[in-house]
Design a protein around this ligand. Structure first.
Ligand SMILES: [Zn+2]
Length: 435
């Protein structure tokens, strides 16, 4: 007798019904009318079965830092710089216990919404040292039955300001980090104040020099340690931008030169939408050649706030990237922290917001959106054994929806969330959600 059989489920591949046999945490067979007896059998009755959602970019160490009883920003939004200063200030009070407790609550909330794997960004810098990392390593061990957690060593204070920082990052990998982070925008403070405005002509050269040095340092460390690189790329919105101003272009060229293709993931990439279509086309070609995965984030919320009219949305060029064959995912990035006081670790919710922002509303585009938080996100973070084929890990979500596009538009209930063959969350309702 095996552990579990799911009967009559449909998948992202089409409406044909299939059974799934699960034993010892693995999918062992898939097909119509499977002849297994199991300790538990569930008839999905045509509901959609997908592999577990992958939260491919989230700042887990700072998540849920706001008062849950009155969600929202304490003071009105002023500027991105002010948000970063608020974060630097508030994290001084974080203890390892506090980080662990919030991260555990966050993982449980994500589980409830169908997330079974997560790539967590984690502050590493001379000020906090490895405190955040040690907390997340402990959470990874404690919750290994419910979440597959990767930890990115994220340079919240840059890589160049303090000479000891590269060695601190080597120590982070000896202490359990999985992926090298990269955030050129956080090197701002290494320049004198009068040379910091990238929109001024004499600031452009300085900005390029700064982001290239940061990327060089991050890439050199990633190659030395033989780990993947996860980059916060092109977060700002310039009014116009040249090819050489794009951080992702520099990284793509360097990755191609070093033979480091297929190992870089880039989040945000907002400035790509500020480039002319011709420049953006050249950039996308380089991104595709370097096999960089792009992760769209809720930048529509973050950017364009000073535009007096025709407010820019700040999203990357999702549809053009997909059309060029680039692997594109989306993720929550910040959930109820100093940067974004919104979010629920609910990727169906983030997907619906992206559908509005990126103008993705055909059935095919909505189907593609669901893959962006399943298959594409898994590919972006290099998950092994991901999917619904025999031999894959039994990490899956039963959605109360008759198709992928319905899952997004209906904001479908996650009927069952399964991790390593065990049901870890149920949200069963009495009747079908089909309208
Ligand atoms: Zn981020």
């Amino acid at each position: 007798m095996i552990d579990l059989v799911l009967r009559n489920g449909i998948t992202q591949d089409g409406p044909a019904r299939s059974d799934f046999a699960i034993d010892r945490g693995m999918i062992i067979a898939r097909g119509p009318g499977l002849d297994f007896s199991a300790k538990l059998e569930i008839d999905l009755d045509g509901r959609l079965l997908v592999p577990g959602f992958v939260e491919s970019h989230v700042h887990l160490d700072i998540a849920l830092m706001n008062d849950p009883r009155r969600p929202g920003r304490a003071k009105p939004f002023q500027s991105p710089l002010e948000l970063n200063q608020a974060m630097e200030q508030r994290r001084k009070a974080f203890t390892r216990d506090d980080i662990e407790q919030r991260a555990e609550r966050a993982v449980k909330l994500a589980n409830r919404h169908g997330v079974t794997a997560m790539r967590a960004q984690c502050h590493v810098d001379p000020e906090v040292g490895l405190r955040h990392l040690e907390a997340l390593v402990s959470v990874r061990e404690k919750l290994r039955d419910v979440i597959e957690l990767q930890i990115v060593a994220f340079p919240q204070q840059g890589l160049l300001k303090h000479p000891a920082t590269p060695e601190l990052f080597r120590e982070a990998f000896r202490s359990g980090a999985d992926v090298m982070g990269c955030a050129p925008n956080l090197e701002q403070a290494i320049l004198p104040a009068n040379r910091r405005d990238p929109l001024q002509p004499d600031g452009i050269k300085e900005r390029r020099e700064r982001f290239r040095r940061h990327i060089d340092c991050a890439l050199d460390l990633a190659m030395e340690l033989d780990v993947d690189l996860d980059m916060h790329a092109d977060l700002s919105l310039a009014s116009d931008i040249e090819l050489d101003d794009l951080e992702i272009v520099y990284l793509a060229r360097r990755a191609l030169m070093c033979g480091y293709t297929g190992r870089v993931t880039a989040g945000h990439v907002c400035a790509l939408d500020s480039a002319s279509p011709a420049v953006a086309g050249q950039a996308i070609e380089l991104i595709a050649r370097a096999k960089i995965s792009v992760i769209s984030q809720p930048d529509m919320y973050r950017l364009g706030r000073t535009d007096a009219r025709n407010v820019r949305r700040g999203l990357t060029r999702v549809k053009q990237l997909l059309a060029a064959g680039v692997n594109v995912a989306f993720a929550s990035n910040n959930v109820r922290d100093a940067y974004r006081p919104l979010g629920n670790f609910d990727l169906l919710e983030e997907g619906l917001i992206l559908a509005y922002g990126a103008h993705m509303d055909s059935v095919d585009e909505l189907d593609a959106l669901l893959r962006m938080c399943t298959d594409n996100a898994a590919k972006a973070v290099h998950l092994e054994g991901y999917g619904l084929e025999p031999g894959c890990s039994a990490n899956m979500v039963v959605l109360d929806a008759p198709s992928p596009s319905a899952a997004i538009v209906d904001q479908a209930e996650k009927s069952f969330v399964i991790k390593s063959g065990k049901i870890i969350a149920t949200n069963e309702i009495e009747s079908s959600s089909t309208i």
